[in-house]
Ligand binder design. Structure first.
Ligand code: ARG
Ligand code: ASP
Length: 660
């Protein structure tokens, strides 16, 4: 009776039910969610989403470039993804004469499509649980090898779900000939720049167009002029009907990394130690770089990509801290743990789990922090300046900025590196130079002149040794694996226990760059008391932000003209009696990094948008999905079509799409 009461008490007061719209579901198990999906407006079946017997939606979704998602939109392998996902490829084809980043690029025919060395896409052939086979003694390598032998260009891997409690085999077909077909100018594709990044309202046309090529018999092949457009098993039809608030949407893509089940200890570490320190360190770096950029147009360009990538995570972390604190997630998790502890008290399998997990955190958090601090400071310094950099006419102008970055990195390292983790070379260097600043100057001058890099090399090799040491302490060989081997084992048991006792909660494995389905609805949100943000923006909002004097808001003249003529053709829609074109929209789909470029689909499985971001307080959803504030941001497909058609003049691409 007491046991029963405790169970009820745990269930009824569960503080973390799989709230509406939370979850990144495994496609092969989507049948378990299909009733809920249909109740929310999905009109198709589980087999339409994932099937190994016939063509299904999964055949039209690709892992793009190993870190983004893309979707196939024609029977000739035409692919859509984000502008920021195609950015590298666009940049590599750009030169002063052909500046595709600035002016955009549009192939006039297939023969003008541009090959991209090193860029590949993967399409999932199938996924299957292999936990049992592995437990029965089959080797992972043998399973992978057999799967890869099944077809040309097949790549397989075994991925952990629930901290390794389950393991799944993923078999992909990898295509290595992926060509650039079109990209809008950055003033559309990156409209709003870092100012609007992670922000709503948003007006970014964050898309680019590629095409998959295959051998004449439709198999993956290295680049060759003989290759032909890939004939996919399935492509998405495009709907120009749009979606309105409350409508069902689903996202099919490759989310990279979430930690939904971590204990309060880890949430506290992220929200109160790691994120705030990293934000503060980056505040300084960004200020140094911004000052250099403001001083000289050549430096503005030279540091643009660096500034953008430092700022992206910096802004994300700030939103994450705000969201976690506002929702009181540390306290929420503590309460959850207390209930769990009461529920499993005396249980021989699970009774000791929490104290063991907490002890392991006590052991590893400081070395883990030391590793993060190294990555944010010493490892941000260049080992040398390349010949190409030295040859730049503005190289000399960079000196003040680079010196300041050296000083900043060393001072921050000195300030934040926990005792016991200081590098011997650092301590020696500071002692010899007399101060951290003087030591930083010595390192900088030697590196800058290129005459002597031995001091920095010594420091870096000490740093590498420290990383090895920390990895050894954590019991992991992967420096990227955020948790210790022991922690992983304990979490596997903990999540298994949760799945047994917290019967109210719907569990899904953390994101790990495997294919997932998220679903929800188009929705605005209350940004602040009395301030409701609607879920749609339009081209009129772009014109309102347009300002030739502000780099991030300076749009192409062609877009101004288009707006002046209201020349929207079939992409126009009427909002409150106003003729306009929708640009971006918000929905409650649970997404994370890697979901960029993901198709956002309506209830009939038609493409209505391309996912590219979240609002900044949503970024807490990597740890805790809060349905009241977490929103993903998509570019409306009608704006994409308008830009291809009227700005790019690439109507021939629309002809091969299935537009409804
Ligand atoms: N915040 C988005 C993501 O994490 C988009 C980043 C690219 N855009 C930018 N303005 N930096 O990747
Ligand atoms: N912008 C992210 C990406 O590039 C998506 C996100 O974090 O919501 O994948």
């Amino acid at each position: 009776m007491k046991h029963l009461l405790l169970t009820l008490c745990f269930v009824l007061s569960a503080l973390l039910p799989a709230a509406a719209d939370e979850g990144m579901w495994l496609p092969s198990l989507i049948a378990e969610r299909i009733d809920d999906m249909r109740a929310k407006g999905f009109r198709l079946t589980a087999e339409d989403i994932y099937s190994i017997n016939r063509a299904s939606m999964k055949d039209a979704v690709v892992l793009f470039g190993g870190g983004c998602t893309g979707e196939i939109v024609s029977d000739r392998g035409l692919l859509l993804t984000n502008h920021h996902c195609g950015y590298d490829a666009i940049q590599r084809h750009s030169s002063v004469e052909h500046d595709y980043l600035t002016h955009g690029f549009w192939a006039r025919s297939r023969s003008e499509e541009l090959p991209n060395e090193g860029l590949n896409v993967r399409i999932l052939v199938r996924m299957e649980e292999v936990t049992g086979r592995l437990a029965a003694g089959e080797s992972a390598a043998a399973i992978i090898e057999a799967a890869e032998a099944e077809g040309t260009g097949y790549r397989a891997s075994i991925e952990q779900m629930y901290y390794g409690d389950q393991r799944y085999l993923f078999v992909y077909e990898q295509f290595d000939d992926v060509r650039l077909v079109g990209a809008p100018p950055s003033s559309i594709g990156k409209f709003g720049g870092d100012t609007d990044n992670w922000i709503w309202p948003r007006h970014t046309g964050d898309f680019s167009v590629f095409r998959i090529y295959a051998s004449p018999d439709n198999k993956p092949a290295a680049y060759s002029p003989e290759n032909v457009p890939y004939r996919p098993k399935r492509h998405f039809a495009v709907s120009t009907k749009g979606v309105k608030e409350g409508d069902f949407t689903m996202i099919y893509g490759f989310p990279g990394n979430t930690q939904e089940y971590i204990l309060s200890d880890a949430v506290r570490y992220v929200a109160r130690r790691s994120d705030p320190t990293k934000i503060a360190i980056r505040d300084g770096r960004l200020a140094i770089i911004a000052e250099a950029q403001a001083s000289d147009p050549a430096l503005r360009i030279c540091y643009a990509a660096r500034h953008a990538s430092i700022a992206n995570a910096w802004k994300k972390w700030q939103g994450e801290v705000l969201g976690l604190e506002r929702r009181r997630v540390c306290e929420e998790r503590e309460a959850y743990e207390e209930r769990f502890a009461a529920r499993v008290q005396g249980d021989p399998r699970y009774g000791d789990l929490l104290p063991q997990l907490k002890a392991e955190y006590a052991r590893i958090l400081t070395p883990y922090f030391a590793r993060e601090m190294l990555a944010e400071t010493l490892f941000t310094l260049p080992a040398r300046y390349s010949e190409a950099e030295r040859a730049e006419p503005f190289f000399a102008k960079r000196a003040a900025c680079e010196r300041a970055l050296f000083r900043h990195a060393l001072k921050q390292y000195d300030r934040h590196c926990p005792d016991g983790y200081r590098l011997p070379a650092f301590l020696d260097g500071v002692a010899a130079a007399g101060s951290v600043e003087a030591y930083a100057d010595r390192l900088f001058e030697a590196t800058w002149s290129g005459s002597d890099t031995t001091q920095l090399t010594a420091l870096r090799s000490d740093a590498s040794r420290m990383l090895q040491h920390i990895a050894w302490m954590l019991g992991t060989t992967s420096l990227r694996n955020p948790s210790s081997k022991r922690l992983n084992e304990l979490y596997a048991a903990y999540v298994r226990a949760l799945r047994e006792v917290d019967t109210e909660r719907a569990f899904y494995p953390d994101a790990n760059l495997t294919l997932r389905v998220a679903y929800g609805t188009v929705a605005g949100y209350e940004y602040a008391d009395g301030e409701y943000h609607t879920p749609h923006t339009t081209i009129d909002g772009i014109i309102a932000k347009d300002n030739p004097a502000i780099y991030d808001y300076d749009i192409p003249q062609a877009l101004r003209d288009l707006h002046a003529r209201k020349d929207y053709g079939r992409w126009a829609t009427s909002i409150d009696g106003r003729r306009t074109v929708p640009v971006c929209f918000l929905a409650t789909n649970h997404t994370t990094g890697g979901n960029s470029g993901s198709p956002i689909l309506n209830g009939r499985g038609e493409l209505v948008g391309i996912n590219f971001d979240r609002t900044w307080r949503s970024t807490m959803s990597d740890i805790r999905f809060d349905p009241t504030v977490c929103r993903n941001i998509a570019v409306d497909i009608r704006y994409v079509l308008l830009v291809i058609d009227r700005i790019g003049g690439a109507g021939w691409l629309l002809d091969e799409m299935t537009i409804r």
